[in-house]
Ligand binder design. Structure first.
Ligand code: NAD
Ligand code: IPM
Ligand code: MN
Length: 359
């Protein structure tokens, strides 16, 4: 298979983790006979510095000419005082909007080797297997007006029926391939947008009689994620609730550094990125956990390219290295097993080779 992939490293640990994912993709290409053309482009603070634009036109063009996008992370204190249009985060929001990537899929699955790193009791954490489906191109992030004056500030929360329909449909479709349950998270006891969300959910569920539906208020869901996360199969929610709940859910697996994501639209085109940010506190020190980025690349192979065997091989290789007791400092409490970002990737690639030999 021949594919073009836009690689957008971004800021902080972004370049370190994308380099790791690229090495794994190159190893897959070589071993399975594919050609991946990797086209690097700027986004975030790095792009602000170079082009005075967090999402330069050149970057959009590279992405438009590609079959999928792999992104690291954006942001850093250097740009925190910039006006809104020159903030790194704006580049990320703009690229999601430009490509209409309305469905952000964030799987959260317990990792046997890391149960000891989870702050939850092992018996609670060990059976967790859920997917958060987060609406990504509307809600508070994009609603107009968005303004501020000296004395007040405004963000607007708007959802249209159509925007809700397409994301809940996505959740129903995913649930059908899993345990068949969707939990819709809202704040329907207070917010108008949530009341509409719940109405649309009730309407759409008639088209999926095989899927069980549950409504849950977001505050209660935040609690349930910690007390009984096993109860969730597919969780569907609006943009900001999904942002917050997915970071919360990530700790179940042991570290935010483990969580991949896919931001997709209906035709299969997608942007793949870790859930975590640019982690300025550890950037440039070889401490970043590249798993989330590597597993995001695996999601790309599966969702955008239909390369299921290759995606599973990557996932198995990451799990294999962790099973052997090696990982970055965020997941390995045992000093002996702590390895650098680079060393971890080398081990993942060795594990990939081993898997192939034993097939
Ligand atoms: P963060 O996710 O960058 O970091 C939170 C904590 O998790 C830090 O202690 C960090 O060291 C740790 N961490 C994160 N990823 C890790 C990894 N791969 N390996 C090991 N440890 C990891 O969140 P933050 O500190 O709140 O935000 C930092 C910057 O990142 C901000 O500018 C924010 O806007 C941006 N951000 C970007 C994205 C994105 O690009 N998708 C997501 C979230 C935050
Ligand atoms: C994420 C991030 C982004 C978001 C920020 C950096 C704009 O937190 O991808 O989860 O809130 O969507
Ligand atoms: Mn986030």
């Amino acid at each position: 298979m021949e594919k073009t992939i836009a690689v957008l490293p971004g800021d902080g640990i972004g370049p370190e983790v994308t380099e790791a994912a690229v090495k794994v993709l190159q190893s897959i290409a070589m071993r399975y006979g594919h050609t991946f053309h990797l086209k690097q482009a700027a986004i975030g603070g790095t792009a602000v510095d170079q082009f005075e634009n967090p999402l330069p036109q050149e970057t959009i063009e590279v992405c438009e000419a590609s079959d999928a996008i792999l992104l690291g992370a954006v942001g850093g204190s250097k740009w925190d005082r910039n006006p809104a249009h020159l903030r790194p985060e704006k580049g990320l929001l703009n690229i999601r909007k430009h490509f209409d990537l309305f469905a952000n899929i964030r799987p959260v699955k317990a990792i046997p080797a890391l149960l000891g790193s989870s702050p939850l009791k092992q018996e609670v954490a060990k059976e967790v297997d859920m997917v958060i489906v987060r609406e990504l191109t509307s809600g508070l992030y994009f609603g107009e007006p968005k303004q501020r004056s000296e004395e007040a500030a405004v963000d607007t929360l708007v959802y249209t029926r159509k925007e809700i329909e397409r994301i809940v449909d996505q959740a129903f479709e995913i649930a059908r391939t899993r345990r068949g349950k969707v939990t819709s998270i809202d704040k329907a006891n207070v917010l108008e947008t949530s009341k509409l969300w719940r109405e649309v959910m009730e309407e759409r569920m008639t088209a999926y009689p095989d899927v069980e539906v549950e409504h849950m208020l977001v505050d209660s869901a935040a609690m349930k994620l910690i007390t009984d996360p096993r109860a969730f199969d597919v969780m569907v929610t609006e943009n900001m609730f999904g942002d917050i709940l997915s970071d919360e859910a990530s700790v179940i697996t042991g570290s935010l550094g483990m969580l991949p994501s896919a931001s997709v639209r209906s035709d299969g085109f997608g942007l793949y990125e870790p859930v975590h940010g640019s982690a300025p506190d550890i950037a440039g020190q070889g401490k970043a956990n590249p798993s989330a980025a590597i597993l995001s690349a695996a999601m790309m192979l599966r969702h955008s390219f239909g390369l299921h065997t290759e995606a599973s091989a990557i996932e198995a290789a990451v799990m294999g290295v962790l099973d052997d007791g090696y990982g970055t400092g965020d997941v390995m409490r045992n000093g002996k097993g702590i390895v650098s970002t680079e060393k971890f990737v080398t081990k993942v690639i060795e594990e990939l080779e081993r898997e192939l030999v034993s097939e």
